[in-house]
Design a protein around this ligand. Structure first.
Ligand SMILES: [Zn+2]
Ligand SMILES: [Zn+2]
Length: 256
């Protein structure tokens, strides 16, 4: 994918004023949002290429994002990322695709139909998808049980999905803490944590649980994604934070 992408840029450099220019340019920009998780870590962290961020949120109408949770994500982004041009949020409701379960390839196909914003000059585009139903792992899990529900997945360099119906089913109050935490966790994967686009400064990966942090109470611990032990959070101060290892990685890769 990377080679193809750079190849395309090179070719475009030699073409000028042909009718196909606009289509080629759109294809190029679209392609830059179709890479793998972590591939745009530096684009989020630094403003070498993008000073602005547009956060496009598409949600199933019955399961809208909480404004407080989105606000909390914006705070988090400003805490770690250089985006002096600001962060714009756009929201759009859709009808439910009416599925009980979604695999990542299904989520990805839906994104292709629904996404409206792609990277453009100086402006990085992120797609946040709020779905109903539940996540279905590709490697159909033997361990999938009532409390092994996945609440969010980052599946491309600028895209992640939040399973809001699953989040709602785990919280009794109107607390936005769990939703905020899952948003921050998934976004941190886009920032390249752990060791997926942002190199580790010291070893702190959890080898059994993919690109997660082995520090128990870190935001990037794998348990966060499954809503582990969320019972009574209700203020921002209590939200799980990135630990020193994760923060050091982000800084070393150009973050704040
Ligand atoms: Zn995760
Ligand atoms: Zn960590």
């Amino acid at each position: 994918m990377n080679k193809f992408f750079y190849g395309l840029i090179l070719i475009l450099g030699f073409i000028s004023c042909s009718d196909g220019d606009d289509a080629n340019e759109i294809a190029r920009l679209t392609a830059s949002n179709r890479l793998s998780t972590g591939d745009s870590a530096r684009d989020f962290l630094t403003q070498d290429h993008y000073k602005e961020l547009v956060m496009e949120i598409v949600y199933v109408e019955e399961f809208p994002p909480s404004d407080e949770a989105l606000h909390s994500l914006v705070e988090f982004i400003n805490q770690y990322c250089h985006k002096s041009g600001g962060i714009e949020i756009t929201k759009r409701a859709i009808e439910s695709p009416s599925k009980e379960f979604y695999t990542i390839s299904q989520v990805d196909s839906l994104e292709k139909e629904l996404r409206g914003h792609y990277n453009s000059d100086g402006r990085l585009a992120m797609f946040v998808f709020y779905l109903d139903g539940r996540y279905k792992s590709m490697e159909e899990s033997s361990k999938s049980s009532g409390f092994d529900v996945v609440l969010g997945v980052s599946y491309r360099n600028t895209s992640f999905v939040i399973f809001k119906q699953s989040i709602n089913s785990m919280t009794t109050s109107k607390s936005f803490a769990l939703e905020s935490t899952v948003l921050r966790h998934e976004f941190s994967h886009l920032l390249g944590l752990v060791n997926v686009g942002t190199p580790m400064q010291q070893n702190h990966i959890d080898p059994e649980n993919g690109h997660h942090c082995n520090v128990e109470d870190c935001l990037m611990n794998y348990k966060i994604e499954t809503g582990w032990e969320f019972s009574g959070f209700n203020t921002d101060q209590q939200l799980p934070q990135l630990d020193n290892y994760c923060e050091a990685d982000l800084r070393a890769n150009g973050g704040k």
